[in-house]
Ligand binder design. Structure first.
Ligand code: DUC
Ligand code: ZN
Ligand code: ZN
Length: 470
């Protein structure tokens, strides 16, 4: 079907201008100047004209960090691919990159196949995979090369979670050397897990078992230390490095120093680290704080992490905002840690609210309107080999397009969200701006306050290499 999106302001990573977007066969075929002869003839030929007056027309969001159905601490993240990708669509995200997991002792390809089976035929929006390498050995190192050809071009390693996912420095360096040879991007969970586990053990021995202790023991210095170490190892291994879910000023400082010296180091942060904090959220009365247990943890409002992260988003030392969407319900899931914060499954759900929450940063004067699009769509697409099909409004791109109403006002609540969570980490947040219409490869999937897509609309995206390789 030929469609024309007319009357809106197209926002890209480089600017915002009135323009009309012509779509055919699921792709954008032209971006036209309003009032031009070409726009007039496109209107005549279009089978459907979508009125975008008063709306921003933006590329669909790319959330490059989600964990649908992640097994964690004896339970599973509560969104499956069907529900989680539908929630993403409601929030204007039209591509997710989820993490397939190779656990210790498992075969990489078999683990990846299991993740394909979970997603295939179930997704509302397009999806790709990164691979968590939880067991770096000769076999998994070889598998990294094979995965690149299958469109899985990035590999996450952990410096945290000893005995579960942690890779030691030898394993990290070896994986970096492999990525250096095959063009892969190493993604790092940078926290010193050995030191954290000692502090956690000591806290519990003292009887300090409440959720807030999760934040106290995962000290920001230990995120800074691990980030520094990861950067040095990447230099030695001659590999590009992408730090995931950066939350601490100390870690950002290390990224900024490295980038200042020209290192090919990148970092993402997430809305929870910009808007939530240790005292008010992780330290909420009773067991409520469990809903805010995630790693890296929320940081203290009495330090300067929030302001520093916003600054990093302006300077590009932070170049992506993703969600680390990893939802758990309070009932039966977070409750596993009622008597010991170490047993609380780590994660916050947020795939639905990233575009809205970061748009508040535009309204608050923290970032510009084009920077919003760049952080939430264009750079993640370029970083992870999805560009120019994803993350941009230009001829040849997939017609993943969002009409965003900048004036709408509403309040985030568990009562109105679509994620499978019995609470919202952002309950009561007053939002200006709202997703109005969502197109995924030219199909209207959200319109008029209704989901109009179907299960299985979303397709697997075979990713290329990062555009940020040197
Ligand atoms: N952090 C989380 O909060 N959840 C899943 C894994 C991770 O690293
Ligand atoms: Zn992580
Ligand atoms: Zn994660």
């Amino acid at each position: 079907m030929t469609m024309l999106i007319q009357g809106g302001t197209v926002v890209s990573s480089t600017g915002a201008d009135p323009a009309e977007v012509l779509i055919d066969g699921g792709q954008i075929v032209a971006v036209l100047q309003p009032g031009s002869t070409l726009a007039a003839s496109a209107e005549v030929g279009a089978e459907r004209v979508i009125d975008a007056r008063g709306k921003y027309v933006i590329p669909g969001g790319v959330d490059c960090h989600t964990h649908m159905e992640l097994p964690f601490g004896g339970t599973f993240a509560s969104d499956d691919f069907e529900n989680g990708t539908k929630a993403a669509a409601w929030g204007g995200t039209t591509t997710i990159v989820d993490f397939a997991v190779q656990s210790f002792g498992e075969n990489v390809q078999a683990s990846l196949d299991a993740w394909f089976a979970k997603a295939e035929g179930n997704c509302a929006v397009d999806y790709g995979f990164h691979m968590i390498i939880g067991d770096v050995n000769d076999e998994s190192l070889k598998a990294m090369d094979v995965l690149i050809d299958e469109g899985i071009t990035s590999f996450k390693l952990f410096m945290a979670y000893p005995g579960v996912f942690l890779s030691d420095d030898r394993q990290i360096l070896r994986a970096m050397q492999q990525a250096s040879g095959n063009g892969g991007m190493i993604m790092m969970h940078a926290e010193n897990g050995i030191a954290i586990d000692l502090l956690a053990e000591q806290a519990v021995e003292r009887g300090e078992t409440d959720p807030i202790n999760h934040g106290y023991v995962r000290r920001s210095e230990l995120e800074g230390e691990a980030t520094h170490r990861a950067i040095q190892l990447a230099k030695v291994g001659a590999a590009p490095l992408y730090i995931v879910h950066l939350s601490a000023s100390e870690a950002l400082e290390q990224v900024a120093i490295a980038r200042g010296k020209g290192a090919n180091v990148f970092a993402e942060t997430c809305p929870q680290y910009l808007y939530l904090n240790l005292e008010d959220h992780l330290g909420a009365p009773g067991f409520t704080g469990a809903g805010y247990v995630c790693s890296t943890p929320l940081r203290s409002k009495h330090e300067h992490h929030h302001a520093d992260l916003w600054n990093g988003l302006r300077t590009n030392d932070l170049s992506v905002v993703a969600t680390d969407h990893c939802p758990f319900c309070m009932k039966d899931q977070k409750e596993l840690g009622l008597n010991d914060f170490r047993e609380i499954p780590n994660g916050i759900g947020g795939v639905e609210h990233r575009m809205d929450l970061i748009y508040q940063g535009v309204l608050q004067g923290e970032i510009s309107l084009p920077r919003w699009v760049e952080l939430c769509a264009t750079t993640p697409a370029r970083m992870f080999g999805l560009y120019p099909k994803k993350g941009s409004i230009q001829p040849g791109a997939d017609a993943d397009v969002v009409l965003y109403d900048p004036e709408a006002t509403w309040t985030i609540s568990a009562d109105n969200h679509h994620m499978n969570m019995d609470y919202s980490a952002y309950e009561g947040f007053e939002i200006q701006g709202r997703v109005d219409t969502v197109l995924s490869r030219g199909k209207v999937i959200i319109e008029g306050g209704e989901y109009r897509g179907s299960k299985g609309d979303g397709q697997y995206v075979r990713r290329g290499l990062s555009q940020y390789l040197l």
